[in-house]
Design a protein around this ligand. Structure first.
Ligand SMILES: Cc1cc2nc3c(=O)[nH]c(=O)nc-3n(C[C@H](O)[C@H](O)[C@H](O)COP(=O)(O)O)c2cc1C
Length: 330
């Protein structure tokens, strides 16, 4: 079955104005109202039906369009020609910059129905429909987030989901390796010790995920100053499969120190496993209070902080990816 979005309502303060603006900036055609809508055909398969909404506030909506490099040039050119205020992110709608995530370009702007910052009501700038146009760069990579607690009341899984979501938001493919989803016995044989084709489930699947990754984020709790046993068990099932890629340590604990003592031990293990860890670590104190179950951060500052950490990992991952294309020492 193929399900396709056919049309959607776009509630705005002034549908005619918003439809004309949207069509002009994105190089589309607005053919006039079809009450109660002001429809704009986005492509052969999708229509945006702008509709007036007098509720206060108009709900926040965000529409991001993937475009080619040439289309981005055209769209951004019209944004600048029309003196539309723009910015580099959904929370940076007026910083007059575009982003260069993963080597691509992205620009964000609002529909014109709402006033901009400087308005006496500070909530106003968040009420508009916002649009983004971006073209993907060629720096998309594959990361594996490795988590290692199987406790029935485990908390760190929320941090792992947050890290996964942040990497996805940066344009990467991400696999979450959760030992509850990939149950392993206590180590008997490493994956490589099984004759080819005989390793039991889930070892071959895990090996494939690990081999495909350009880098790893190890999300580790702290148990008696060391790392959780399920994490060590998972790591030790593999060796060469981890080699020649960087890792980054996102540690956490229930207390105030964020698992840094376990992180220091983990560094030595990761080095031995051939995935040396990047200089920064990302400790998360009081992990049980920081996220909703799905990994949504309760403090938006976590997004900014982890951005710097993940950018560092991306830098090392891209450098080693390039180096691997010229071979490895052994
Ligand atoms: C066996 C065990 C040992 C622990 N030892 C420490 C510790 O040394 N330092 C610390 O800050 N927290 C320690 N804690 C508390 C953990 O930081 C907290 O329970 C955390 O949520 C564990 O991660 P998880 O919920 O993902 O399993 C320990 C917890 C367990 C279960």
């Amino acid at each position: 079955m193929t399900i396709e979005l056919d049309h959607t309502l776009v509630p705005v303060r002034d549908k005619e104005r918003a439809a004309r603006f949207f069509a002009r900036i994105f190089g589309l055609t607005y053919e006039g109202p079809q009450p109660p809508f002001a429809p704009v055909r986005v492509n052969d398969r999708l229509t945006f039906d702008f509709i007036d909404n007098d509720n206060d506030p108009v709900p926040v909506q965000h529409y991001a369009f993937k475009v080619s490099e040439a289309e981005f040039d055209d769209i951004f050119g019209r944004v600048q020609a029309d003196a539309v205020r723009y910015g580099s992110g959904p929370y940076r709608l007026e910083d007059v910059q575009i982003n260069h995530r993963n080597g691509g370009r992205g620009v964000y702007f609002r529909d014109p129905g709402w006033p901009y910052s400087g308005d006496p009501d500070p909530i106003v700038p968040r009420r508009a429909a916002t649009f983004a146009a971006f073209h993907a760069g060629d720096k998309k990579m594959h990361f594996a987030v490795v988590y290692g607690s199987v406790r029935s009341k485990r908390q760190g899984i929320k941090y792992a989901r947050f890290v996964q979501a942040q990497l996805v938001a940066r344009g990467h493919d991400v696999s979450l390796i959760d030992p509850l989803s990939y149950p392993l016995p206590l180590l008997d044989k490493m994956f490589k010790e099984y004759p080819e084709g005989t390793a039991p489930t889930p070892l071959p699947e895990l090996a494939a995920i690990i081999r495909a990754a350009d880098g790893f984020v190890i999300v580790s709790g702290e148990y008696n100053n060391g790392i959780p046993p399920a994490l060590k068990n998972l790591l030790d099932h593999f060796l060469e499969e981890w080699f020649w890629r960087p890792s980054a340590i996102a540690c956490y604990s229930a207390g105030p120190y964020g698992g840094v003592r376990a992180a220091m031990q983990l560094r030595a293990t990761l080095a031995e496993l051939g995935m040396p860890s990047i200089p920064s670590i990302q400790p998360m104190p009081k992990v049980q209070d920081q996220f909703d179950d799905d990994g949504t951060p309760r403090d938006p500052a976590h997004v900014r902080r982890i951005g710097r950490f993940l950018a560092e990992l991306e830098w090392y991952a891209a450098a080693l990816k390039e180096a691997r294309q010229h071979g490895t020492p052994y």
